[in-house]
Design a protein around this ligand. Structure first.
Ligand SMILES: [Ca+2]
Ligand SMILES: [Ca+2]
Ligand SMILES: [Ca+2]
Length: 495
C-alpha cells in the first residue's frame, strides 16, 4: 500500500461528504484541542477522517480507558508494537490495516473505514472497555447489532479491597448490572458466604430484586474493624442468569490502627495552633472589616496596606506552625496525622490536603477567608471579590462600624471560649460538646451583635442579612457564632 497516499484519499466517499459538511467545526475543534490531544490521536483521526460524534472519535479506540491514557487494548497494543520498530504513528496504523487485532474476523482497516466498529474489541472482550458510552456494545464487531446476550448479569468490581480505620465505618459498593439486551434479571439472593464476622456487613435492596434492562443495583459492603485485622470473605450473588447463576466477589478487608501521639503532646501542639490561628484571624478580619467600611462610604480602601499586614500575620502563623519557630508540633516530631488531624480540609476548602503542616495552615487560611465572606455578607451585604454597590453616610456609618466590630468581637471571643473547651477535651476522660457546654456565654456574644441595630441612629442605605426578607432578626449574631464554631472545628481537625 502506498505510503504517500493523502489522508482524504483513504476516507470512504460517504465519509468525505460528511466531512465537507463539518469542515468549519472540525477546524475549530483542531485548534482548541491541539494541546489537549496527543499526536497519536490526531494522526488516527486525520488519517481516517474521523471527527465529531463518530463512534471512533474516542481515545477508547486504542486505550482501555475511554478517555485515554494508561493500558491499551488489542488494537492500541498492535500500534505500539509498530512504534517500537521506529515507525511514525501514521505508518504504524497503515501497516496493521490488514491485521485482525481483536480476532473478530474483520481486519482493522475494514472495521475502521467500512464498518466504523472498534478494531480493539470483539464480543468476547468488549466488557474490558472502561467508561465507554452506553451504546458501545453496538459497534464492536461488524454486522453484530449488539454484543450483549438477551439475559445476562454483570458485577463490578470483580474483587474488592477495603481498608478501614479501627472503630470507624468504611464502605464500598458492589454494582450488579442487568447486562442483558432483552430480559429483566432477577437476583434471588446476595450476601457474604462466610458471613459470621461481625466486622463485615451488607446493605442493599430487599430480596428478591428484579433489575430491568440497562439498570443496576448497588449493594454496600460495610466494614467496621475493631482493631488491626485482616479478613477474607466472598460476596455471593445468586440470579437467574442462565450461564452464571452464582457469582462470587472475593473481599479482602484490612483494619488499620493509625498511631496517635499522647494526649499531652497533642494538647500542647493544638494549643499552639489555636493560639497562633486566633492571632492571625483577628488581624485578618480587622483589616478586611476596615477596608469594607471604607469602601461602603465611597472611599477606596488602601489594599496594599491591608494585604501587607495580612501577609505578615500569615507569615508569622506559618513560622510557628510547621516553620522555623515550631517547637510543639512539627518541631516535636508530631505530624498532622499523628495529632489526629484529618487528611483534607473542611467546608468549601475540601481540595486542600492537610497531611503536612503547610497544608494545614493553607486550610486555616482558606477557612478564615470563608469566615470573612460570611461575616461581611451578613453584616455589610457584600464580600470579596465584589465591592459594595450601596453607599452610606452620616449616622449610618457608625451603625455599620458597630455591626462589623461586634461581629468581629463575637467571633474572636467565640474562638477563645470554644478553643479552650476543645483543648480540655483532648485530655479529658469524657469529651463534652463545647457549643452546648458554653451555650450561655455564646448566647451573650450573639445578643451583643444583634443589639447593635436597636441602638442605630439611622439605617439608611445599610445592606446585609438584616435587610433581606429571607433572613431573621438575629442573623448577624447567628453568622458570627457559626463562623466561630466552624473555625474552631477546623483548628482542632473536627470537620
Ligand atoms: Ca477485527
Ligand atoms: Ca472489532
Ligand atoms: Ca451470563
Amino acid at each position: 500500500m502506498s505510503t504517500t497516499m493523502s489522508a482524504t484519499a483513504r476516507v470512504p466517499l460517504a465519509r468525505r461528504i460528511a466531512l465537507a459538511g463539518c469542515a468549519v467545526g472540525a477546524l475549530i475543534l483542531t485548534v482548541s484541542m491541539a494541546h489537549a490531544r496527543p499526536t497519536y490521536f490526531d494522526a488516527f483521526t486525520t488519517l481516517y477522517g474521523i471527527g465529531g460524534s463518530d463512534n471512533l472519535n474516542a481515545c477508547g479506540v486504542c486505550h482501555i480507558k475511554w478517555t485515554g491514557t494508561g493500558a491499551r487494548n488489542q488494537f492500541g497494543g498492535a500500534v505500539e508494537q509498530q512504534l517500537y520498530l521506529g515507525k511514525t504513528v501514521t505508518q504504524s496504523l497503515l501497516d496493521i490495516e490488514g491485521d485482525d487485532s481483536d480476532s473478530d474476523g474483520f481486519t482493522n482497516g475494514d472495521e475502521i473505514m467500512t464498518y466504523l466498529t472498534l478494531p480493539g474489541y470483539s464480543c468476547s472482550n468488549f466488557l474490558l472497555a472502561n467508561g465507554a458510552p452506553s451504546d458501545w456494545h453496538t459497534f464492536i464487531t461488524p454486522m453484530v447489532a449488539s454484543c450483549l446476550v438477551p439475559h445476562d448479569i454483570r458485577v463490578a468490581p470483580t474483587d474488592l479491597s477495603i481498608i478501614g480505620e479501627a472503630g470507624e465505618l468504611a464502605t464500598a459498593g458492589i454494582e450488579i448490572f442487568n447486562n442483558g439486551s432483552s430480559v429483566p434479571l432477577e437476583v434471588t439472593s446476595y450476601g457474604l458466604v462466610d458471613g459470621t464476622d461481625p466486622e463485615l456487613a451488607v446493605s442493599g435492596p430487599a430480596l428478591p430484586v428484579t433489575i430491568p434492562i440497562n439498570s443496576s443495583i448497588i449493594v454496600e459492603i460495610q466494614f467496621t474493624p475493631a482493631g488491626f485485622v485482616f479478613l477474607n470473605d466472598d460476596f455471593r450473588i445468586v440470579s437467574d442468569d442462565p450461564d452464571e447463576p452464582i457469582i462470587d466477589v472475593p473481599i479482602q478487608a484490612f483494619g488499620v490502627v493509625t498511631p496517635l501521639a499522647s494526649a499531652e503532646n497533642r494538647s500542647t501542639c493544638f494549643r499552639e495552633i489555636d493560639k497562633n490561628f486566633q492571632r492571625f484571624a483577628k488581624r485578618h478580619s480587622k483589616e478586611w472589616n476596615r477596608c469594607y467600611l471604607d469602601e461602603v462610604q465611597g472611599v477606596a480602601c488602601d489594599t496594599a496596606r491591608r494585604d501587607l499586614k495580612i501577609e505578615n500575620a500569615e507569615a508569622k502563623l506559618r513560622e510557628r506552625i510547621g516553620g522555623a519557630k515550631d517547637r510543639r508540633c512539627d518541631g516535636n516530631n508530631l505530624s498532622p496525622s499523628f495529632i489526629g488531624y484529618p487528611d483534607v480540609c473542611g467546608g468549601g476548602c475540601g481540595a486542600i490536603q492537610t497531611n503536612t503542616y503547610e497544608g494545614l495552615v493553607d486550610c486555616l487560611v482558606c477557612r478564615q477567608d470563608e469566615g470573612r465572606d460570611a461575616t461581611l455578607t451578613a453584616a455589610l451585604g457584600t464580600a470579596p471579590p465584589d465591592l459594595p454597590a450601596n453607599v452610606i453616610a452620616g449616622k449610618t456609618v457608625s451603625c455599620q462600624r458597630q455591626l462589623l466590630k461586634q461581629s468581629g468581637k463575637a467571633i474572636a471571643k467565640g474562638l477563645k471560649i470554644l478553643g479552650r473547651c476543645e483543648l480540655d477535651n483532648i485530655t479529658a476522660a469524657v469529651a463534652v460538646d463545647c457549643a452546648t457546654e458554653h451555650a450561655e456565654a455564646l448566647a451573650k456574644l450573639k445578643d451583643k451583635v444583634d443589639g447593635v441595630i436597636q441602638k442605630c441612629g439611622s439605617t439608611t442605605g445599610l445592606d446585609g442579612c438584616l435587610f433581606d426578607p429571607e433572613f431573621s432578626v438575629g442573623c448577624v449574631g447567628d453568622s458570627a457564632l457559626s463562623v466561630a464554631g466552624d473555625l474552631t472545628d477546623t483548628v482542632f481537625g473536627l470537620d
